[in-house]
Design a protein around this ligand. Sequence first.
Ligand code: GTP
Length: 364
Amino acid sequence: MAETSVRELEAILLVGGQGTRLRPLTIGTPKPLLPTAGVPFLAHQLAQARAAGVRRIVFATSYRAEMFCEAFGDGSAFGLTLEYVTEETPLGTGGAIRNAAEALTCGPDAPVVVLNGDILSGHDIADQVARHVERGAALTLHLTEVEDPSRFGCVPTDDEGRVTAFLEKTPNPVTNRINAGCYVFTRSVIDTIPAGEVVSVERETFPGLIEAGALVLGYADASYWLDVGTPAAFVQGSRDLVLGRLPSPALPGPAGDLLALPGAVISPEAKVCEGTAVGARAAVHAGAKVTGSVLGDDCVVESEAIVADSVVGAGARVASGAVLRGAVVGDGAVVGPGNELLAGSRVWPGVVLPECAVRFSSDV
Ligand code: GTP
């Protein structure tokens, strides 16, 4: 990891979104706090930011703001100083950055790291900051390559790495390189974003800076990268962390096929594997098979149930013989015997699905 000469590097963490694509998991818990490989999602980002030299982080909160301070307090457990700034009404990504910047302590020329609170990335943040400082850029965007760039901000660059356009969610992407959600701003550039207004960095600030001729750089690399905004991606992120595909200093145990939190009881006759995280005091009964999934605290997977690539919320119950594949079961819900929930199925918190009288044959 590159050394940066910046002392007391500061960051802003964007965590005010409602996480609508992850409902019902985000009804009670904001996306950045969802248990992921045994700890709140943000714990992985905080540990990585600390390792990259960040020492002080301002959380830009809005949705369920109070829960962030309850989870992370003053940050001393991470060797960080944490501050919390709340928008009464969400100000969008740009408005949130401008608002949170009021709590920064650095001067106008200092680099400030801005992180989206729903990205898992193995890229070298310290090196991104170092390149930004070396080249005297206004803004340096982390870029990654994806197969389908149409769902993201598409970011072409020239031979020197200078960003030539920022095309948010365009149907005709000109490159597979996309905005990977980690930015380094020179502090004075943040101060040019209008205060107290709803502003999108993706739709307004970035295109505006490029248009005005500011030096906007791309920091492209091919390290691990995942936007955990959808249920399938969220499950994949947890699985990859448990398996060690993305090393995380915050993983509460050794990487491997299975991560079980204290008090979890897994029958020796159950099969739990492929990066499954099992929450505290959760139970998996004999004959059940759980693969690549996230099991919440105190949930129960009964005998002969199959849970694959799914999320089972805290205190939920998957009854004997039920099958989940790519499903999301909210906290305290019950999936009765014989139900088969396939990809995209979502059971709201507390809902009870009664025993399913019609059984499907897996041969059909
Ligand atoms: P969806 O509703 O599922 O799209 O998720 P989201 O609400 O998280 O939106 P999105 O994925 O586009 O947001 C990217 C990042 O910016 C996330 O870390 C959000 O928490 C954050 N974010 C989005 N809008 C706001 C806002 O108005 N204020 C703040 N503080 N953060 C925001």
